[in-house]
Structures are given as C-alpha cells and as structure tokens.
Design a protein. Structure first.
Length: 88
C-alpha cells in the first residue's frame, strides 16, 4: 500500500538533491501503476493518484516540477517545507 508518507519522502529526496528527476519520474510511474492496480482503497487515493500522475509526467514540458508545484503537493500532503542553507 502506498501512503502519503511514501510520496512525501520521495518529494523531499528530490528537493534535497538525493533523487534525480528521471528516478522520481520512474518511481512515480511505477507507484501509480501499483496504486491503480491495487484492490485496496484509501481515503487519500484520489489525491495520491493525481499527484503521482503529475510527477510521472514531470519530465515533459507540460508538467513542470517547479518549486510552487512541488510545495503545493507537499502542502496537500500536510507537510511544510523549510529551506535551510548549508555550505557546498
């Protein structure tokens, strides 16, 4: 079962540079397939399907993964983002 926390972890990994765009897109596509193929239904399923669908298309110009889009998804998943600067 895919949860909000799973999606949040992947989004934060991407924003923190721990996950490359192609990896995020591939994860979202695979996870979307698993979620829509599952017989288990959760209250968050519609939101997760929409978010995963957008992330799965994030490597196309029509679905840009901008800061506003990604933080909007995180807000929707009850997660606030705070930027911290660290030396390179």
């Amino acid at each position: 079962m895919i949860t909000r926390d799973d999606v949040v972890r992947q989004l934060l990994a991407y924003l923190n540079g721990e996950l490359a765009l192609p990896e995020l897109v591939r994860w979202a596509e695979d996870t979307l397939f698993i979620l829509t193929d599952s017989s288990t239904e959760s209250p968050d399923e519609a939101a997760l399907i929409r978010i995963l669908g957008y992330l799965g298309a994030g490597d196309t110009p029509d679905f840009p993964l901008t800061w506003d889009v990604l933080t909007g998804f995180l807000d929707e998943l009850d997660t606030r983002v705070r930027v911290m600067v660290s030396p390179a």
